[in-house]
Design a protein around this ligand. Structure first.
Ligand SMILES: [Ca+2]
Ligand SMILES: [Ca+2]
Ligand SMILES: [Ca+2]
Ligand SMILES: [Ca+2]
Length: 384
């Protein structure tokens, strides 16, 4: 007997295909939109899932190198973005909510109590950088830089002068600050877009320089997408800046540590890492590539006597990925730099891991290393 074909089965498959094709096309369009417009990749989605499944972060998760003791030196600090010790020995902390706090462990018990905190300045729009010049504290914030001064010695600023205004601020804004050995103010300035997709505007994605009163502002170096922090190597006129690689599409563009020279072009938007991208002619490669999507946030050159083995080395915080993936960033790197002629190379390793969202790093007069965890409102102290 010849088996009979079931005509209904043929009809079902046809229906299914007629339904499936538009569904597949729609899914493909959603995927293309997600990938090209939002940078959503399988790795990004896995990162989001890992973030949701991972247990809440605790201070016990922070791992320091052997022989280094880590303590939660200050807690309840809100959203710390930038750290700088003042000439008075207090640690000044900017918070995203617009304050500049001054912390002083007066009783020497190794922790900051409520009575050991003072508001030094406030009312800033997203301050991200702090730098001292003699007795003046410079604060970078959305679209500009201000100078704070305590003229009557009560520990709180009573003079607040906006010395630079009108800088680009959209996707990114004005970042970290550093004073050069020439006494000028160097400013990290972020881009207004991820990869230049909305066009380019003057002064974005650059390292700016100005006199201390804000006059003479000019672009010192260009092509730095989001130079979140910058620092001079102590004892030299060599300026270094970190840079955050593009977010979208999430295709493995590295973050960077760059040696910044006058007139240098560091690649953004057409070039990244070492000769990656399609527009690298005339641009300068980084000294070291840092993990993609790590979001390098703070940069310190260590000079202290507490850890002589790390003198002259760079410490860099990695805030972590937009996806929240606990496996990306969320650590502090140590970069050993070597100079060969005009060129520098960097060897990157982990200094400490297990943070929530580490954003800035600085050094105390005692040589201890301080790390601000933006996600937890904690300042960690690394000492012996
Ligand atoms: Ca104390
Ligand atoms: Ca005052
Ligand atoms: Ca670059
Ligand atoms: Ca900083």
């Amino acid at each position: 007997m010849t088996p009979r074909r079931n005509p209904r089965s043929t009809l079902d498959w046809g229906c299914l295909w007629r339904l499936a094709v538009p569904v597949l096309i729609a899914l493909g369009l959603v995927w293309a939109l997600a990938y090209f417009a939002l940078g959503v990749t399988p790795a990004f989605i896995l990162g989001v899932i890992r973030d949701r499944l991972s247990p809440p972060h605790t201070t016990a998760d922070v791992v320091a190198p052997e022989g280094v003791r880590v303590t939660a030196w200050a807690t309840g600090i809100g959203t710390p973005t930038a750290l700088a010790f003042g000439p008075d020995g207090r640690l000044y902390v900017a918070t995203l909510t617009g304050q500049v706090l001054a912390l002083d462990d007066r009783d020497g018990d190794g922790a900051i109590s409520a009575g050991e905190q003072q508001v030094f300045g406030q009312g800033f729009n997203a301050p991200l950088g702090l730098a001292w010049y003699e007795n003046d504290l410079y604060v970078s914030h959305n679209a500009g830089v201000s100078r704070l001064r305590d003229t009557n010695g009560d520990g709180a600023a009573d003079e607040n002068v906006k010395i630079i205004d009108g800088l680009p601020a959209l996707r990114h804004q004005t970042d970290g600050l550093a004073f050069g050995p020439d006494g000028r103010l160097y400013i990290g300035q972020g881009s207004t877009s991820d990869r230049g997709e909305t066009g380019l505007v003057e002064r974005e994605a650059s390292i700016l320089v100005a006199e201390r009163d804000g006059s003479g502002l000019r672009v010192f170096a260009s092509g730095t997408r989001n130079p979140y922090d910058l620092a001079f190597l102590p004892g030299t006129d060599h300026l270094f800046a970190i840079d955050n690689g593009r977010d979208v599409p999430a295709s493995g563009v590295p973050d960077e540590l760059n040696l910044i020279v006058d007139g240098g072009d560091y690649g953004w938007p057409g070039c990244w890492g070492t000769a990656q991208g399609d527009d690298c002619a005339g641009t300068l490669p980084p000294v070291a590539e840092l993990p993609a999507h790590g979001a390098a946030g703070g940069l310190l050159f260590y000079t202290g006597d507490l850890f002589p083995e790390w003198q002259g080395q760079a410490f860099i915080t990695l805030y972590g990925a937009n996806s929240g993936d606990p496996l990306i960033g969320r650590r502090v790197l140590r970069v050993a730099l070597t100079q060969t002629g005009e060129t520098w190379t960097g060897v990157v390793s982990d200094f400490a891991t297990g943070f929530d969202r580490p954003l800035d790093v600085t050094e105390g007069l005692d040589g201890a290393i301080y790390v601000a965890d933006f996600g937890e409102g904690i300042i960690y102290r690394f000492a012996k």
